[in-house]
Design a protein. Structure first.
Length: 658
């Protein structure tokens, strides 16, 4: 009741209570100091003036230095230093003013002033520390092994902090100010601090997790190791997999400094840490070569890759950034995010949101001409394999015709650099999505060899081709729309089961920021018609990834070996057009480049004079809904394309329901 009443008080009332308590504590300090100095009756009478002068001097000084602006619940080291500063100033003033009154009252000795100074710091600072612990609920020490014990609500979850360094101690302070988690131990690999007590918590070795859990009841481990490499974080996560603890992480210091997250944010473990893949530092000259001071357009700007491209392009200070997107909400979201980012970092970039489809040649033409675009990053595409497999016409019109429209418009408007975001599914595809993306690559390869091209909107007129076309091919990105990672997390939260298509299915994975950064760098390296491959590392078994996510969520997998486990895993079978394994290369080999993560492929393609009639026939078959001919033409044109089943378009093959 008293705590709630104090917390509900007005700020002016709280300040009055603090001033009154400080007045009483100052008088107590004076009394004890005089008594310790062996004060006699005459000395008590001679020091009476101190009981008036000291508070009248000290309280205004305390107000001036800001002692009463600190919030008691968040009282920390800085506030304690402020108290020392304020008490020191007031003590010096009292001593200086005391000497002129020596003829009437007892003079103030230096020893007495020092004693008063020390007692004021102890009483005034100590009271605030006690009140801070009282308000936070941890107001006394006790228990075993130096752990901090307090009156916590029963719902507070005991957690251990992995990392007893600066980040771990900052997290400890943040958790003690909260109401959800109760820190009970540190975990660290430094042998010099194992077994010691830091911040009231015992430091355990990472080899003693079993003992830590049994002694403290910790149900969660919070990773506070922002400076650790991806490979080191992977080692730590693998060591924690064997224990029934939920592993979560805290943001890195750069995220905190840039204002992207709050100090209290604690999030699920980044799946990229499970892969243990350390990003290679970017080549700054490659990043800025096609962007700085230029007008840049990103198609599919609101998608997973497109939006990350926009974020990274923005900080490279283009003159204009055109966001081309067909989804109204996605365009609104990325535009608002970039506008706020530009304001926060004082970036003088003209950000232009354009709502439109890449299937509209005139819309593309106007956008490129209006803002005099120099560089295009083409990320717009339909990428979901089963959906495109059942909506063939839309997949072809968007992925093939859309790319052709954008390429022709780029040539017509003198765009200097054109970068296509491609996929590993374009390599020996078993699905329409992969076949359409490979056709998009072949279009750009063919156009890159043409010195001029017939104008699509001016019959008989030709356009000089000054555009450098580049393609960048890579695998799956973590956390993208349609990715298995968000789906697995949602299924774990629901209690399972997790659905995996096949026990042997593998995929290449890369983080979205790393992929976007490498796309920008690869786009700067091309000479024209280049197909670049990103080093995706080792392929990952999806089943093993699902199991790791279950273990690090603090639950167990239910299978034949552990029938009493928490989360089951079911196999749903490969979806239409889905492959067990993905590849990045069609041909026999690839060449190294100056960048260790980027390779150049030597892929065969058809000249434009041969490819153009093929595209026209393909569109004619789509227009006639003749998907048998579509399939035959794709097989004849796209090297390695072998569809597993008959391809159909649901709109034109499903019987209407009467």
């Amino acid at each position: 009741m008293i705590k709630k009443r104090l917390l509900r008080m007005e700020r002016s009332q709280k300040r009055a209570v603090q001033i009154l308590s400080d007045f009483i504590l100052i008088c107590c300090s004076l009394t004890i100091a005089i008594w310790v100095q062996g004060g006699s009756g005459s000395q008590w009478a001679g020091y009476q003036w101190l009981y008036i002068a000291t508070p009248l001097i000290s309280i205004p000084v305390f107000v001036r230095v800001g002692m009463y602006r600190a919030v008691m619940r968040y009282f920390g080291n800085q506030a304690l230093l402020t108290i020392v500063k304020a008490v020191s100033i007031s003590a010096a003033i009292v001593w200086l003013l005391g000497n002129p009154f020596q003829t009437r009252w007892q003079p103030v000795a230096v020893q007495l002033i020092l004693l008063i100074w020390m007692l004021n710091i102890v009483f005034i600072g100590g009271l605030r520390l006690m009140m801070r612990h009282y308000f936070m609920g941890d107001w006394y020490f006790g228990g075993e092994k130096g752990t901090l014990i307090g009156h916590y609500p029963g719902t507070r979850r005991p957690v251990a902090i992995y990392g007893a360094g600066a980040a771990g101690n900052q997290l400890l302070n943040a958790l003690r100010m909260g109401r959800d988690m109760k820190p009970v131990a540190f975990i660290d690999d430094d042998p010099g601090i194992i077994g010691r007590v830091i911040g009231g918590l015992t430091v355990y070795s990472s080899k003693d997790i079993d003992r830590l859990v049994s002694e403290t009841g910790a149900a969660q481990v919070l990773l506070a190791i922002p400076s650790a490499s991806r490979s080191r974080r992977r080692e730590i996560l693998e060591s924690l997999e064997a224990f029934s603890v939920h592993v979560r992480t805290v943001p890195g210091f750069m995220d905190l400094a840039n204002g992207r997250v709050k100090v209290s944010d604690i999030q699920e473990v980044d799946v990229a840490d499970l892969l243990g893949r350390d990003a290679v530092p970017a080549d700054e000259s490659l990043l800025s070569r096609c962007i700085e001071g230029r007008a840049v357009m990103v198609t599919g700007a609101g998608g997973s890759i497109g939006s990350e491209l926009c974020r990274q392009i923005l900080v490279l200070t283009p003159k204009t950034l055109v966001l081309f997107e067909h989804s109204e909400y996605n365009l609104y979201a990325i535009f608002e995010e970039l506008r706020e980012l530009a304001e926060r970092h004082s970036l003088n970039v003209n950000i232009v949101p354009v709502l439109g489809s890449i299937r509209q040649y005139n819309r593309l033409n106007i956008a490129l001409a209006r803002w005099r675009v120099n560089t295009v990053y083409h990320a717009a595409a339909y990428k979901h394999v089963p959906l495109v497999e059942q909506n063939i016409s839309e997949g072809i019109l968007n992925n093939v015709v859309g790319t052709l429209n954008l390429a022709r418009s780029a040539i017509a408007n003198g765009v200097s650099d054109f970068v296509l975001v491609s996929t590993d599914k374009a390599v020996r595809p078993t699905n329409v999505m992969g076949a359409t993306k490979r056709l998009a690559e072949m279009i750009l390869q063919a156009l890159s060899k043409e010195s001029s091209l017939q104008s699509p909107d001016k019959p008989g007129a030709s356009q000089i081709n000054r555009t450098r076309f580049t393609m960048v091919r890579f695998g799956n990105v973590l956390g993208s729309s349609g990715s298995v990672i968000p789906r697995f997390r949602e299924q774990i939260l629901r209690g399972g089961p997790i659905t995996v298509t096949h026990p042997k299915i593998t995929r290449y994975f890369m983080t979205i920021p790393e992929a976007a950064q490498l796309v920008i760098q690869a786009g700067s390296m091309g000479h024209g018609g280049d197909v670049f491959l990103l080093d995706m590392g080792e392929p990952v078994r999806i089943l093993e990834l699902a199991k790791k996510m279950v273990h690090l969520s603090g639950v167990t997998v239910r299978d034949e070996d552990s029938p009493a486990g928490d989360i089951g895993i079911e196999f749903s079978g490969l979806r239409p057009g889905e492959k067990l394994y993905e590849e990045l290369l069609i041909g026999v080999g690839s060449e190294a480049t100056d960048h260790p993560m980027i390779m150049r492929a030597n892929e065969e393609f058809l000249p434009w004079a041969e490819l153009n009639p093929v595209i026209e026939r393909l569109l004619a078959y789509v227009g006639d809904d003749d998907y048998a001919e579509v399939r035959k033409l794709l097989r004849d044109t796209v090297q390695g394309y072998v569809p597993e089943k008959e391809i159909v378009d649901l709109v034109y093959t499903q019987k209407s329901v009467s």
